[in-house]
Design a protein around this ligand. Structure first.
Ligand code: SAM
Length: 259
């Protein structure tokens, strides 16, 4: 199995101490320019739920659809999907059995979803069995985006849809090796960090998808007041992402891929 991102150890420790963590991804604000740092921090969990809602809305789920969430974290997006789509069949897949155990524990009876431990690049399913696929802020961890997209296309029926969010980084003029090392240490595995939209478009086309891109970079910007507050001097992976975002070298994309 691929390596689990090390930063999940801290989230799991917090959950063991009683923290309620639904989502491990950035938040979405409709009017990001009006959000002060303190309001961004106070509203972060709500904004995370909003980002999930945005992606689910792009997915256009039908009442009896079979939906797979790849890299499902602690299951927050599927729990929200269950509330809005009580009759859909939901499957959460994660490389980390500990996260799946948390998702399972939080499932109300009757069970919200089926939880499966597997690698996103080797989906343990037959061809064309899903109507919809989700992948919220996880694909940059996978061994290869192209391998994941090829697998996603294989398990989606014709006419099915994959909706995902992804982070694309443009290399800065200097210090690339040090930045890459720190990103890898704090936020890895991140095999292909410096990727252009043209490469994403090429991978999507090769896998057999028609791609629509929504740029959510500005809408997710206030998240950095929580994950990397300005007043902290240490150069964490989060601070590197914050600085790349502020210098126009990070794009946060909502992607809709039609099979
Ligand atoms: C940033 S978190 C996002 C979690 C969840 N989608 C959310 O929005 O809260 C990335 C997730 O991808 C999972 N992941 C990383 N590599 C994976 C792989 N190769 N196959 C399946 N899941 C993977 C991690 O364990 C983690 O749950």
């Amino acid at each position: 199995m691929p390596r689990v991102p090390a930063y999940f150890d801290a989230f799991l420790a917090a959950i063991a101490q009683g923290a309620e963590i639904d989502h491990v991804h950035l938040g979405h604000w409709d009017e990001p320019e009006a959000v002060t740092p303190s309001r961004a921090r106070a509203g972060f969990a709500e904004a995370q739920a909003r980002l999930s809602e945005r992606l689910v809305a792009m997915l256009d789920v039908g009442p009896t659809d079979r939906v797979l969430d790849v890299g499902s974290g602690f299951g927050g997006t599927l729990r929200a999907l269950r509330r809005s789509h009580p009759t859909a069949a939901l499957v959460g897949l994660n490389v980390d059995a500990r996260q799946l155990a948390v998702s399972l524990r939080r499932d109300a009876a009757p069970m919200n979803a089926t939880w499966i431990a597997a690698d996103a690049c080797r989906l343990p399913f037959a061809e064309a069995i899903f109507d919809r696929l989700l992948c919220v802020e996880a694909a940059f961890h996978f061994r290869s985006r192209l391998d994941f997209l090829t697998e996603a296309r294989r398990v989606l029926r014709r006419g099915g849809v994959l909706v995902m969010s992804d982070i694309l980084l443009t290399p800065p003029p200097d210090g690339l090796a040090a930045l890459s090392d720190r990103l890898e240490a704090d936020l890895g595995p991140w095999p292909a960090k410096w990727v252009s939209l043209a490469e994403i478009r090429r991978d999507a086309a090769r896998a057999g998808f028609a791609l629509t891109v929504h740029d959510a970079t500005a809408h997710t910007g206030p998240s950095y007041h929580t994950i990397a507050p300005d007043e902290r001097a240490d150069r964490t992976g989060g601070a590197i992402l914050r600085d790349l975002q502020r210098s126009g070298r990070l794009r946060y994309l909502y992607l809709r891929l039609a099979a």
